[in-house]
Design a binder for this molecule. Sequence first.
Ligand code: TLP
Length: 345
Amino acid sequence: MKPIDLRSDTLTQPTPAMREAMANAEVGDDVFEEDPTLKKLEELAAQKTGKESALFVPSGTMGNLISILSHCQRGDEILLGDRSHIFLHEVGGIAALGGVHPRIIPNNPDGTLLLPLLEHSIRPSDIHNPPTRLICLENTHNFCQGSPLNPEYMDSVRALAAKYGLKIHLDGARLFNAAVAQDINVKDLTRQADSVMFCLSKGLSAPVGSLVCSNRDFIQRARKFRKMVGGGMRQAGHLAAAGLVALESLVERLKEDHQNTQLLAEQLASVEGIELDPAQVKTNIIFFKLKHSKIDGESFLNLLEENSIKILMTDPGVFRAVLHREINREQVETIAKTVRSILTL
Ligand code: TLP
């Protein structure tokens, strides 16, 4: 039996339509900027995010890295959340490869950064200080229950950034989840950002790829940094073809994932030994804690695996489940039933 895999939405397989589009894609050498399918995807990405231009990159990590390299000089400081993916899970690339100094601000549970804290962290010009250059936000915010940031919050950060001449980069790995969850246009979440990265390879089910979107000059700089870190690809239109299918036909269905996630959150919250507030769950990610006298985290994971269910333990006793296209309502019922039976042994 195929396991019910909730470790990440990155685990989704390409759809049959994607496989067909990939096989038949018209391609060229993208380092020479001659891949028609890739260009089409970049144009669509720019249009969807309301930016002048876009660049296809192999991963969200590379997209964030080259965006930050394109904004900053070595020795610049950037402001970002202590739960942000860039800070926690991108191997410290901005410091190791870019010489960029991260200044960490505690994230609120909903993924926001308090404006007074942000403002307080902006460095005055002084011989001792690295110059503050950039604010990084994340939407949806993975390690804050997948919370979506709203346009009003984005507007308020924009106003602050403008006051101090700072730029904004948005890690929108799950940007379309954020828009769908709030029933708004993606542009309402991107107009405040100078650069935006979003992923095709998560809930949108494409096998590979992310896009960086911004103005033309920025994308030209980013293209050069992409080449520098080895991300200049050749007949990448085969990958872009899947991305086009994702953007054209798989965005609206993210709603289903959110509904299934809500259902699972409610069912899990009713199980004794699980700490979870379903009201905090707004998109396709659930974090919960296990408070059980007889079962520790490792045994809980093993018991789930014996029942063909996979989730991640992100900290001792803290678990993450991510829903996606390959998890249906019936499987949600199975997961909830299995968890209940494990914890009421
Ligand atoms: N997140 C992965 C893991 O790395 C944790 C996941 O399973 O959620 N920004 C955000 C907000 C992300 O969640 C991720 C991936 C990335 C960037 C990086 O994207 P990739 O994996 O394509 O480099």
